[in-house]
Design a protein around this ligand. Structure first.
Ligand SMILES: Nc1ncnc2c1ncn2[C@@H]1O[C@H](COP(=O)(O)OP(=O)(O)O)[C@@H](O)[C@H]1O
Ligand SMILES: [Mg+2]
Length: 304
């Protein structure tokens, strides 16, 4: 790869005596999408916050667009945009007003800012809602607007922290389409996610993060190959279950079901199961993906 647009080496971060990143090594080439995959509490947001200069690392190095996040934070900030899990748009303004305000704050020339905002409303399918208060937007629309705000300045590097967590399936796939559009414009993206299928759909490469450490890296198909292919799961009468490996194609599933029928197996239910994040963790670590206690960060945050 040419000089990576995002690179971390032995990146460490601790909160008090709790080490959250224990030595993270990542490299993302220009125009590439890296999916950082991990359960709740794995250290995804911490990694993104260090890379976007919101948090100072305790060890190791991180560069973004060739600039060190500690020594040249201003240069890093000029090159990036960060879209978090919680949309940071103003509820009491319309979508269009949010874009205009942020364009002004980013010092875009007035006409250029308006034109860019209008183009983003178009791209993100928000034209009809543009003059409604954001308060009336659905969760998916807010995320799209938030992402649009982040793209006003055409950043070279985008951080998307769990962009679809909490969205319904329809909004998720709408957002995936938007992200694909953005990526085809040449941006370098680090996207965090708890969903293997999301990493599979959007990322060129995937890094699996567990307790602040990268435990596997590769393309999504490589990971899935390690984890084992999809399978047809058959629930049989008497509590027996059977698993048959499949490539999940219609023809193969049809062949398996025809065979099941021919053998007159007493099937109570069946499904095609594709590998999940849990399967990845089970294979890589021998245990399920364990989420940190949901309120741990809050408790510590209040205490400190
Ligand atoms: N401000 C904080 N103080 C103490 N611990 C924190 C703080 N922020 C995050 N953590 C802890 O760091 C770990 C990683 O958190 P985070 O990076 O938010 O994970 P993820 O984004 O993968 O869910 C978690 O165990 C979390 O509880
Ligand atoms: Mg997070």
């Amino acid at each position: 790869m040419d000089a990576p647009m995002i690179e971390t080496r032995a990146l460490r971060k601790a909160y008090g005596s709790t080490t959250v990143l224990t030595g993270v090594d990542l490299a993302v080439g220009r125009g590439q999408v890296l999916g950082l995959l991990g359960p709740n509490g794995a250290g995804k947001t911490t990694t993104v916050e260090v890379l976007s200069t919101l948090l100072r690392p305790d060890g190791g190095t991180a560069t973004v667009a060739g600039h060190d996040v500690v020594r040249e934070p201003d240069r890093v900030r000029e090159a990036i945009s960060l879209t978090g899990q919680y949309a940071a748009v103003d509820e009491l303004l319309t979508g269009r007003e949010n874009l205009r305000l942020m364009a002004r704050l980013a010092h875009l020339p007035r006409a250029a800012g308006r034109a860019r905002g209008d183009a983003l409303l178009e791209l993100f399918d928000l034209v009809d809602a543009a003059d409604r208060l954001v308060r009336t937007y659905s969760g998916g629309m807010r995320r799209r607007l938030d992402l649009a705000v982040g793209l006003l300045t055409r950043p070279a590097v985008l951080f998307l922290d769990e962009p679809t967590t909490g969205l319904d399936p329809r909004s998720r796939s709408d957002l995936w389409a938007v992200i694909r559009d953005v990526v085809s414009g040449g941006a370098t993206v680090l996207l965090t996610t708890q969903y293997l299928d999301e990493a599979d759909a959007l990322a060129d490469r995937v890094a699996v993060l567990d307790h602040g450490r990268v435990i596997a890296q590769g393309t999504a198909p490589e990971l899935k190959r390690q984890v084992g292919a999809a399978h047809v799961e058959l629930q049989l009468a008497g509590g027996r279950a059977e698993r048959v490996a499949t490539d999940a194609s219609v023809a193969d599933v049809r062949r398996i079901l025809a065979d099941v029928e021919a053998r007159r197996l007493p099937v109570e239910s069946w499904r095609v199961a594709t590998p999940t994040l849990d399967d990845v963790f089970l294979t890589l670590t021998g245990r399920p993906a364990e989420a940190a206690p949901a309120d741990a960060a809050l408790l510590v945050g209040e205490a400190s």
